[in-house]
Design a protein around this ligand. Structure first.
Ligand code: BES
Ligand code: MN
Ligand code: ZN
Length: 497
């Protein structure tokens, strides 16, 4: 896929295809009027024919004239503009229409549509991400790769001269973001027999090699090293599996040496059977996605490093399998976490929190300003919020607002959930400092409360992505979320430097 910018001069336009917005009045103004002139009235004739529906986002393909071979007319509303969602949907429709033609190249003018308060750069970035999404295939494991969706390989964004620089930056950003999202999808979609903890460690090293940046480093800890850190809770989950666990630590130094880093902590259960508290069989295959938090950390690093963000970043990924076996941890077992706090494991299927708690203790040594953990943590979060918002848990109002705003801006949203002290009561144990489950009621919240007991010495937020990281059913597959949300948050933080 190639993306470039072009200063708008409709009279000089030579293209296989042009995506052209037409407003609700059918009156041709601005770019539409210019194009109509250069095509000898082809646009007006098509609009007058009534072939372009009145509904927002309606599409009509017409034969162009002169140097413009074809035109995809796209209906929008110049009076009210489009919402972000409408723009995304309209973009997808228009791109699908181009893909349905023989054109391998197109010029887009979609960025001339008013979308809330969004800039030209935002609209260009959104189009790049939409096209990359349409072109994504999880066909790596099929004996024959799937056919491409049409021939479209080049998009040129027409912009006014004063927007050229911002448009080019938006292209770079859009590509970096899409690369990060694709990496998270690829890792999430990879089957559990390929995507093991060892594999994730190797992928992290590959990411660092490919980044070719002296500012990025990675360290992969093996089981002995993890034991040396006294991560008793993490190791308790790992010990039921023949696959050895790994802890992946990424460090990116794009900011000033004295600047405290932002840390991302990811849950990397490469397969969650539930352990001795075995899950039911239905849809258990989807538990290969239980490492999507880890994948989102790697995807976000990929994007942030590519963007050369002027910030310091730490990534900690804890990864293992959750398996039943003669060596597996059992309900009632008591383990000692790296923090020294003891945990009675009442349900071995509540394993995410057991591996994350040690990562949250470990990450404090980087003296981070902010720690965000990302985890497919609870089925209860899916019940609470569905597949639209990720669950956001934090007591820090600024951090909450910043993460919400970032998600809203890029269309990868999260919604605040409570974390009051009262919810901690459910985690009481008669035998250890705490239990690892707090009952069915408010399950996503008690899970977050468990993590809060370990997130000490820094500002912290927890994202429960159990409902958003992958899709089930016919569209089964990883979504790459919340890479856009996290990357936008980092972009916003970098802008404040
Ligand atoms: N990985 C699951 C959470 C999950 C379940 C995500 C279904 C998406 C869909 C997690 O490890 C888990 O099993 N959580 C349990 C916790 C319970 C035992 C307290 C759950 O949500 O059922
Ligand atoms: Mn589980
Ligand atoms: Zn899990």
């Amino acid at each position: 896929m190639q993306f470039s910018t072009k200063t708008l001069a409709a009279d000089k336009l030579k293209t296989a295809c042009l995506i052209l917005p037409i407003d609700q009045t059918n009156k041709l103004t601005g770019v539409a009027a210019q194009v109509d002139q250069t095509t000898g009235g082809a646009v007006k004739a098509a609009v007058d024919s009534g072939d372009l529906g009145a509904k927002l986002g309606s599409i009509a393909l017409i034969t162009g004239a002169g140097a413009i071979a074809r035109i995809i007319l796209v209906r929008y509303d110049s009076e009210n503009g489009l919402t972000q969602r409408q723009f995304a949907e309209t973009t997808r429709q228009a791109l699908r229409a181009v893909m349905g033609t023989a054109a391998s190249q197109t010029v887009s003018m979609l960025q001339y549509i008013d979308v809330e308060e969004r800039s030209t750069a935002w609209k260009i970035r959104a189009q790049i991400m939409a096209l990359r999404e349409l072109n994504y295939r999880a066909d790596q494991w099929k004996s024959k790769r799937e056919a491409a969706n049409g021939k479209l390989a080049i998009i040129e964004f027409a912009v006014d001269k004063e927007d050229l620089e911002a448009a080019q930056a938006a292209i770079d950003q859009g590509i970096a973001l899409a690369d990060g999202v694709d990496l998270a999808k690829d890792l999430g979609n990879a089957p559990g027999n390929i995507c093991t903890p060892t594999y994730l460690g190797e992928q992290a090293k590959l990411l660092v090699r490919q980044a070719k940046s002296a500012r990025l480093k990675v360290q992969v800890f093996n089981e002995r090293q993890i034991a040396g850190l006294k991560m008793g809770s993490f190791l308790a989950v790992a010990k039921g599996s023949d696959q050895p666990p790994r802890m992946i630590v990424l460090e990116y130094k794009g900011g000033a040496a004295k600047q405290a880093p932002i840390a991302l902590v990811g849950k990397g259960i490469t397969f969650d059977t539930g352990g001795i508290s075995l899950k039911p069989g239905a849809e258990m295959d989807e538990m290969k996605f239980d490492m999507c938090g880890a994948a989102s950390v790697l995807g976000t690093f990929k994007a942030a490093v590519k963007m050369k963000l002027p910030i310091n970043l730490v990534g900690v990924i804890v990864t293992c399998e959750n398996m039943p076996s003669g060596k597996a941890v059992k309900p009632g077992d008591i383990v000692t976490s790296m923090s020294g706090q003891t945990i009675e494991i009442l349900n071995t299927d509540a394993e995410g929190r057991l591996i994350l708690c040690d990562a949250l203790t470990y990450v404090a040594r980087f003296k981070p300003s902010t720690v965000i953990d990302i985890a497919t943590l609870t089925g209860a979060c899916v019940i609470a919020l569905g597949a639209h918002h990720s669950g956001l848990f934090t007591q820090n109002l600024d951090l909450s607002n910043n993460l919400r705003a970032a998600g809203q801006h890029i269309g990868d949203t999260c919604w605040p959930m409570p974390l009051d002290d009262e919810y901690h009561d459910g985690l009481k144990s008669n035998f250890a400092d705490m239990a690892n489950i707090g009952g069915r009621a408010g399950g996503a919240i008690t899970a977050a409360c468990f993590l809060a007991k370990f997130a000490k010495g820094y500002e912290w937020a927890h994202l429960d992505i159990a409902g958003t990281a992958w899709k089930s059913g016919a569209a089964k597959g990883a979504t790459g979320r919340p890479v856009p949300l996290l990357t936008q948050y980092l972009l916003d933080q970098a802008a404040q430097q």
